[in-house]
Write a protein that binds this ligand. Sequence first.
Ligand code: SF4
Length: 730
Amino acid sequence: MNRFTRRQFLKISAATFGAGATPPAITAAVAAARQAPGPVTTVPTFCEMCFWKCSGIAHVRDGRVWKFVGNPDDPLSRGRLCPRGTSAPGAVYDPDRLRKPLLRVGERGKHKWQAVSWDEALGHVAKRMQKIAAQHGPESIALISHGFGGSFIKQALRGYGCINQVLPSFAQCKGAREVGWTITYGEGLGSPEPLDLDNTNCLVLIGSHLGENMHNTHVQEFADAVARGIPVIVVDPRYSVAASKAKHWLPIKPATDVALVLAWINVIVSENLYDREFVAKHGHKFDEFAAEIRDNTPEWAERETGISAETIRVTAREFASHRPRTIIHPGRRSVWNGDATQRSRAIALLNALMGNWGRRGGIFMPTAMRVPGYPKPDFPKPGRPRVDSPQTGYPFADEFEGVSTSLRQATLSGKPYPVKGWFVYASDPLHVFPNQQETLRALDNLDLLVVIDTVPSDIAAYADVVLPESVFMERHDDLFAGFGRRGWVSLRQPVVKSPHDQKPGWWIAKQLSEKLGTGRFFPWRDIEEYLAARCKKAGLSYAELKKKGVVLGPKTAITVEDGYQLEFGTPSGKVEFYSDQLKAAGFDPVPKYTRHEEAPDGFFRLITGRAPVHTFSRTQSNPYLAALMPENEVWVNTRIAQSLGIEHGKYVKLRNQDGIVSGRVRVKATERLRADCVYMVWGFGHTNPARRHAHGRGANVAQLTTRYQIDPIMGATSIHDNFVAFVKEA
Ligand code: SF4
């Protein structure tokens, strides 16, 4: 296979933060490890610098980790890590790490703490939980979690009857996509998305900036695809790194994606460019669908999107000519406006017209190894439903992942019942949820806020108890059974010892359960006994897994070409071009375009995205990554900057439509952005002074996102519905 070199791969991932970025400073600890005498040992483990779970091999000398590289056996890393994974030693030696359990002794948010023992901290948490449960029921204690290590905390809380457990990745990221695809195909795409980029002949990216959105495997496959010379079509108001590799860049007016996708569908259907055999065999109510999109012509879409009708036709014919080896990328964070589910469903339907479901070069059918759980008692039956149950809110919401903003709303209103305790694990609602003021008001209603993290997040400043977790290189977590072209199991295991009084999540969960009197949900002595038992039940050797880090499962059929039989879990058992279940619930059975509000005079739509060297708000104090990208910038079109008298490289603030003013942020005046919007990377502008190396650097997008639409189908909150104006510094 014609593979990109490591240098070319890094070029794609590095392009947004500048080829001339400062080389990473070597921390004293890593420098000491490099110079220390003695042998180097290697330990395999899997990465948590983001949540993609690439396996790597840590190099250790004199008890210190000094290098982390990809594990060649791992289907996700393929032997190469992204810049954040490579910088994982910086997480171990992050100068801002939480070191000891902390109890708040002053007013919430005033940063007065007392360092205490684990026994005292967990005893305090257990007592406060018992008090809340006695007054309001255990359902009044909730968990907000993002991170693989959270599985044991979830188990401890479920064992105590706490059913309200939400993943912000549902309502604030990929939930709308999962629901849109499930309504269409009967199943979502999951993570990693099973896109056969290695064999595709045409890739369409719509609002998805691969390379800046650094999901390692996909970026490697994308780099290979670019090297093969496949046509890439990028739809983005910004000339992203991916756009720079594209044959066609369509600088769409923000918030009009659905119009473009419907017009593409219109061209494909009216010109008979779709896979008629696939549609005839697997499609449900195609004629009704075709009738619904008849008026969505390219000429109509041109007026909405700013993309010429001619370009819409040319690009549709181009990607249709490569079907079924064409992928219209489903995206991941897909909650741009309030119609996110229908937007994702439109993209799902466009893929269906390509007949790429279950096809080589399209969307393959991933497989996984079966790893039975460790036997444990049944969780207690809840006395009440969740506060975000589909029956009380959004009919297609996910019972497992939960709607985080419904949890916040219940905390604010006390309805359908009071929520009085939050556990926050490896997430920061002050950076993830829209409208910070609402989140801060919700915190005022809590009797208990427990934050479990490795670094002091902004929400940790408001906690009653802060519990310092070991970073991933210092701990075991549960086994990871990955879905992919082959199934596999990876192990996370300690590489070095925690430097202070940090503890792994499994230990925190088990100890807390024992204090709550629910230790029976952790019926094992320690984590290795648990892991070895799970391996044994799966027919795996724990010793081999410890040595290799990754064990691969057998090859099975994953495409129609190699014998996979397609089945669809929709009500009709087919691909639902027209959704009767959406219609029955009062929604459009075929996606329709909604025109979104325009920016007021003097304002610009705030759009956002990611950088390849940071993960949300978690990595800004990592010394290596901070050296590469210490702050975010606000991108503005050069012509607009000139007309407003805003200089490239100078600092400004941003004021949104509700009068909220951001922190200082540096201007990037560029031709690479449309004139009607500004762009910032998410995750900066930290306010917790304990995060010394990230504090006050850049602006927090979430702070400016005071206005949001809620997707009525499944509860996702939009992040591209705010407008900002520039405030020049005196
Ligand atoms: Fe680690 Fe990068 Fe893989 Fe994420 S994508 S798990 S940060 S190597």
